[in-house]
Design a protein around this ligand. Structure first.
Ligand SMILES: C[S@@+](CC[C@H](N)C(=O)[O-])C[C@H]1O[C@@H](n2cnc3c(N)ncnc32)[C@H](O)[C@@H]1O
Length: 326
């Protein structure tokens, strides 16, 4: 139990290490806390204590000379790592995120979302109004996508499809990965205007001749006339009534014989400590959605005019829940 209770402290320390950029600075070779502290202008003793703590859980390694070296666990926090979890680690330490989690009890009591109570606005509106936080959030999503995207592109056969829309596609890494592997496919990245703005110079750049950028509100409409609508980590963001709006918009827009591809963690009805169940709490605190079981996806699809045809596991944490027009 003490170990579990310590979890928040471990995550906080790792987040701070990433924020200070220490994993980047030890890439070239071992460094002492004094050297690093003078390089980045922080308190040497305090930095030593931070690094000693994270080294205790395998994030850095302290040598007999007191210098700290990179480990596989610190390497994944470097900005230039692929995948890089640096932005995700940093996001966990941002004030809005910490304040959100501090209101979990409120969310459990009411079923409402924390940021509405704290800042008087939902999370995506908060991000829209705070560009620095939005940048960290979008980079965090791209970092996770470096793991998920190849897994999805590998697990699904896109052959036979001519066009695909990535709904809520963020900065477009998933779409870029799919287009790179399927040269006959054209794609549309669809997201809120301020997010799409940041996408033009992102991962889609090499495939821009086969890609369109579109912005709008997915609860009202999605770009029409595609063979497939894919959405990763979108349905888990929202409660059923809002998911139905998105899924119905896709149903309206899809070409005949087309498909729906929902990429999310599918909750297994066992009792393990799968990260999906904690991600589920994150969905409760922030946008108000939830992780779902296969049956919940099947029911949701049916209400929106889709028939769940298959659930395809990927090598990552997500599955692809495929639907066809009912
Ligand atoms: C959890 S992120 C997932 C991003 C991306 N699909 C991925 O897996 O990395 C949710 C995305 O939904 C977008 N989004 C939120 N509300 C939206 C709306 N009303 N219309 C279009 N996109 C929206 C956000 O801007 C964000 O990029």
């Amino acid at each position: 139990m003490l170990q579990l209770l310590n979890g928040a402290h471990v995550a906080g320390a790792v987040s701070c290490l990433a924020q200070l950029g220490i994993p980047d600075l030890v890439e070239a070779g071992p460094k002492s806390a004094e050297e690093l502290a003078s390089q980045i202008g922080v308190h040497p003793q305090a930095l030593y204590r931070l690094m000693r703590a994270t080294a205790g859980v395998g994030v850095l390694s302290e040598g007999p000379d007191g210098r700290f070296s990179e480990t596989p666990m610190s390497a994944v926090l470097r900005s230039n790592a692929s995948p890089s979890l640096r932005a995700l680690a940093i996001m966990g330490g941002r004030e809005w995120h910490g304040r959100g989690w501090s209101r979990l009890e409120y969310c459990v009591r009411t079923g409402k979302q924390a940021l509405d109570q704290i800042y008087g606005m939902p999370v995506f509106e908060y991000l829209k109004q705070h560009p620095e936080e939005a940048q960290i959030f979008n980079d965090a999503m791209t970092g996770l996508s470096m793991i998920d995207s190849p897994a999805v592109a590998e697990a699904y056969n896109f052959g036979g499809l001519r066009s695909i829309v990535d709904v809520g596609g963020g900065h477009g890494l998933l779409l870029a990965t799919i287009l790179q592997r399927n040269i006959y496919l054209t794609g549309t990245l669809y997201d809120m205007a301020h997010v799409v703005e940041g996408a033009a110079n992102g991962p889609l750049k090499p495939v821009m001749e086969r890609c369109t950028l579109a912005s709008g509100d997915m609860f009202s409409s999605v770009p029409a006339g595609a063979d497939a609508y894919i959405m990763k980590h979108i349905i888990h963001d929202w409660p059923d009534d809002l998911c139905l709006k998105i899924l119905k918009a896709c149903r309206k827009g899809v070409n005949s014989g087309g498909r729906l591809l929902v990429v999310d963690n599918v909750i297994q009805p066992d009792n393990d400590l799968s990260p999906g169940k904690f991600l589920d709490l994150q969905m409760l605190i922030f946008p108000g959605g939830c992780e779902r079981t296969e049956k919940q996806f099947r029911d949701l699809f049916a209400t929106a005019g889709w028939q769940l045809s298959r659930v395809i596991r990927t090598v990552g944490p997500d599955s692809i829940v495929e639907g066809v027009p009912a």
